[in-house]
Design a protein around this ligand. Structure first.
Ligand SMILES: N[C@@H](CCC(=O)N[C@@H](CS)C(=O)NCC(=O)O)C(=O)O
Length: 190
């Protein structure tokens, strides 16, 4: 069977499936539903919203991690979490929003604004690029992240304030997870 799903992503980094958590998310979903897919390294500037991930499915182009999951659900059925109660679905929605719209920005700050981490990011994300691109793209990407962070608000914190908020956010996630193997799963009995 030929593979008709192509996930356009940034690429493996830091020993993880992708440097971007938004690209890890649809790939994790594809693995959960066990549908064959190819990975293609892409350029966000060439994608519909100037961001990755993007899914190519036949002649359809789907931009955005959530839209990709919704598309896969519509095409292949909900094999992953159809058992959620409506209350759990609502809780899950807000959990995802807090990770994607808050914790993500703390991560963005730590990666791009702290010099020591930026040097690691530069090596992990851009080392394989041709010389000029390797020189310029990290500077432009850092500038873009700085503007996003300022607009969102996290960019106005000090590094110490960001650290404290990231620690608090991860600790609360860990408390919510408790002994469960994944979120929204009822606590294991016995
Ligand atoms: N809401 C989008 C967010 C995707 C996103 O923020 N992607 C970032 C990488 S983490 C990106 O492509 N940035 C490229 C840029 O800003 O130039 C989703 O869920 O897919």
């Amino acid at each position: 069977m030929s593979v008709e799903l192509k996930l356009v992503h940034f690429g493996r980094a830091f020993g993880r499936p992708d440097g971007s958590p938004f690209c890890v998310k649809p790939e994790a979903y594809l693995r959960l539903i066990d549908v064959p897919y190819d990975l293609v390294r892409g350029n966000p500037m060439k994608s519909p919203r100037k961001q990755l991930p993007v899914l190519l499915h036949g002649n359809k182009t789907i931009a955005g991690s959530q839209e990709i999951i919704e598309h896969l659900r519509a095409e292949f059925g909900n094999q992953v979490d159809a058992w959620l109660t409506q209350e759990q679905e609502v809780q899950g929605y807000h959990l995802v929003k807090s990770v994607e719209e808050y914790l993500y920005f703390l991560l963005l700050y730590q990666r791009w604004m702290l010099e020591e981490n930026f040097q690691l990011v530069k090596r992990a994300f851009f080392d394989e690029m041709p010389f000029l691109a390797r020189l310029l793209i990290p500077i432009l990407a850092r500038r873009g992240s700085k503007q996003r962070l300022w607009g969102q608000g996290v960019g106005r914190y000090t590094a110490e304030e960001v650290d404290a908020r990231a620690y608090e956010a991860v600790k609360k996630l860990s408390q919510a997870l408790g002994e469960k193997p994944f979120f929204m799963r009822q606590a294991l009995l016995g």
